[in-house]
Write a protein that binds this ligand. Sequence first.
Ligand SMILES: C[S@@+](CC[C@H](N)C(=O)[O-])C[C@H]1O[C@@H](n2cnc3c(N)ncnc32)[C@H](O)[C@@H]1O
Length: 318
Amino acid sequence: MEAIPRDACLGNDDAVIATNDDASTCKRCAVDLGYWSDPYIHYFVKSTDRKAPEINRGYYARTIAIQSLVEKFIDITSGKCQIVNIGAGFDTLYWRLKDSGRVVKEFYELDFPSVTSRKCLYIQRSKPLLQGISHEDHDIKLNRNNLHAYNYKLIGVDLRNLKEVEEKLKESDIEFQIPTIFLAECVLVYMNITKSSQLLRWITQSFKSVLFINYEMVNLHDRFGEVMLNNLRCRGCDLQGAETCRDLNTQETRFTKEGWAGAEASDMLSIWGRLPPEEISRVTQIEMLDEQELLLQLFSHYCITLAWNDSRWAEVQL
Ligand SMILES: C[S@@+](CC[C@H](N)C(=O)[O-])C[C@H]1O[C@@H](n2cnc3c(N)ncnc32)[C@H](O)[C@@H]1O
């Protein structure tokens, strides 16, 4: 589902940054085929090759499940909340939520400066993206890597540099007391475990009421997972956070051992089974799937973990 681009073999930050282009092109392909509606993705990705049906279904399940969880949180809090999307890449969630009538107090997106500078540029060049973040009483402030609009803030920062993350969020008026979602889609796995653990500890200690939504690989200890990892290693790609993706239990304990009150991880096979039956029936008719087994294998090697430091959020489920 998260194909690793060839240049990830370089094993440096550029390779990690390139994973955003891969995720964005996969999303655009699935959107073009009608898996879900996203009128904004094509402003970030101009064209793409056709991907395999199981990849398209994987991106569909991931996107729909995450948006549905975020919407539930926004509805429970009546929008009196903030969202921090870490390693956001070219994600369009802010605009899609707005189209669904859901507005939050603040929406933050963090990524490496070289990613946010490209995102700034695409937003500037596209009227619908600009309109989405505009507000009549508020100017949009912009520099090379950062954009501050009314309730949308795009911040260029290395997530491994906690001091800078904290400073930049504070400069952008982050609130520590209101309900907050932290969202990470295939991000923590690219970080050294010491650094990702420090980040998770800081979040739970600093913010009063958080739901963390983490989408990532899992079951890397079984045969299929080992083959996935070995293929990557042979190409020189070592996923630095792979140990936390060993199984559903390690995905949960990475949070609880850093002080989170609770965590629950579900693989995408189980998430798929919780999606509305009429939607499953619609998307399974989009493309023929020759290798059902491959889809099942992929679904059992990705998961969504929900973690909270406020028991109120244990009720947010698909
Ligand atoms: C696989 S992409 C996913 C992008 C987006 N979350 C999505 O699902 O479409 C991983 C993203 O995490 C970002 N990322 C990884 N490590 C990071 C770090 N240390 N600091 C900032 N961003 C990071 C990458 O630049 C990239 O945009």
